[in-house]
Design a protein around this ligand. Structure first.
Ligand code: THU
Length: 163
């Protein structure tokens, strides 16, 4: 028997002012589009914005459903739109933000994509053979930057396993 481990590093910034112009722009966009989320059940409004290899910026928001599991998260809305509009472009960086509109809730702590979204982001990273940088933040406050979805989904199942 041998033990092995998985370790990863991510960047933590105190505010958007510490970021480069392109990353700051993506976060601002993700924060702005939280207003376009359709979240009448959870009141948890999520926005995502990504820059593609062709320079285009795509956004996505969560779209809920009265049949709760039918809901689609902001990240997967964005990826579906990006792949449908520009199938040959890769996603370079995706920023994710949220505004929790439940009374007295805070929206300052960065949130991380759910398990289903991690699997979906992995699909597009593997397909393009190019890492997707992920920027996490709330509506204000601290920002985390993760350099590849591989760091959020160790021992993942991908197309390579089907061969
Ligand atoms: N949600 C997202 O859109 N992205 C995430 O990363 C976490 C959760 C949505 C799904 C649902 O509409 C609401 O947030 C509450 O779970």
């Amino acid at each position: 028997m041998k033990k092995t481990n998985f370790k990863f590093e991510y960047e933590v910034y105190d505010s958007i002012d510490e970021l480069n112009e392109q990353d700051a722009k993506l976060i601002e966009k993700a924060r702005k589009v939280t207003k376009l989320a359709y979240a009448p059940y959870s009141h948890f409004h999520v926005g995502a914005a990504a820059i593609l290899s062709n320079g285009k910026i795509i956004t996505g928001t969560n779209q809920e459903n009265a049949s709760y599991p039918v809901t689609i998260c902001a990240e997967r809305s964005l990826l579906s739109a990006a792949s449908s509009l520009y199938p040959n472009a890769s996603v370079q960086t995706m920023a994710i933000s949220y505004h929790n509109q439940v009374e007295n809730a805070s929206s300052l702590k960065p949130i991380s994509p759910c398990g289903m979204c991690r699997q979906s982001i992995m699909e597009y990273e593997v397909r393009a053979n190019s890492p997707i940088r992920i920027i996490l933040s709330g509506i204000d406050g601290k920002i985390f930057i993760i350099n590849t979805i591989k760091h959020l989904l160790p021992l993942s199942f991908t197309s390579a396993d089907l061969k």
